[in-house]
Design a protein around this ligand. Sequence first.
Ligand code: NAD
Length: 294
Amino acid sequence: MTAKIIDGKEISAKMRGEIAKDVAKIKAEKGIIVGLAVILVGNDPASEIYVKNKEKAAHAIGMNSYLFRLAADISQEDLIAKIHELNRNPNIHGLLVQLPLPKKIDTKKIIHAIDPRKDVDGFNIINVGKLSVGDIEGVDGALIPCTPLGCMHLLKEVIGKNLVGMKVLVIGTSNIVGRPLSRLLLLEKATVTIANSATKDLKAECLQADVIISAAGVAGLIRGDMVKKDAIVIDVGINRIATADGKGRLVGDVDFDSVRNIAKAITPVPGGVGPMTISYLLKNTLNCCLKIIK
Ligand code: NAD
């Protein structure tokens, strides 16, 4: 039997419909339009595409989206001053700085300048710390990074609510995906293994796992012979590979064709985790607004 394809696009569309209703309700009841601000420094082509997609998605559900384009040679002080200005702006409820930043800028200092209450990426140290200690509920709970939230949502679509005791292998330890995702899984009482590029026998780790979530950024890293029968495979990776026509093609970390014959369920790339990441950015922005106007 071939694996169920977990359709991130469809799940995402449903979620955005719900968010749009809440955005409209806030507008009708309070006269407030939920606002997301994105700062883009320089013109990295991949960042341009990501930012455009975020803007489009925000507009589509009735949010205001403000894009601030800043020159690649902006000083760190001027960038921080801009962030402080947006932190104070009452029309902006969520704020993110598109990464990566030019090398001369200290990314940590920039992220930490964002008001933790508007930090929709969940990268500010206050939010990272809260997630670390499991402080994720209520008005003061952590804002959690969008991609891990999207992965958890997709996983629960297959497993249901209960992840207790499941063996989950997370591949990748970045602050954007692997680490926050592992913390979320631990909070659900999953048994979590975290692999990185120095992991000695990735195949052996994979074969133990009920769930594999790969965020390594390596095309073809996970093949069918590495996956336990009926495991669930969530593919976070986005890799561009060459094609004969010279246009290239996006693939994940997982060799989809060989894994789909073994796994119980699998996310495609594109159309799996990617759309969920944007949906959780919108959801985080909505939640920021609800907390701020409370
Ligand atoms: P990163 O480069 O910061 O981290 C990669 C991690 O993978 C590191 O911890 C590294 O040790 C590990 N790794 C690399 N090669 C490995 C190997 N052979 N075996 C085991 N571990 C290995 O990357 P990131 O920012 O976390 O992104 C990872 C991937 O996820 C990229 O392809 C990125 O484009 C994609 N991504 C997708 C979304 C989305 O919304 N779908 C969001 C964020 C990142």
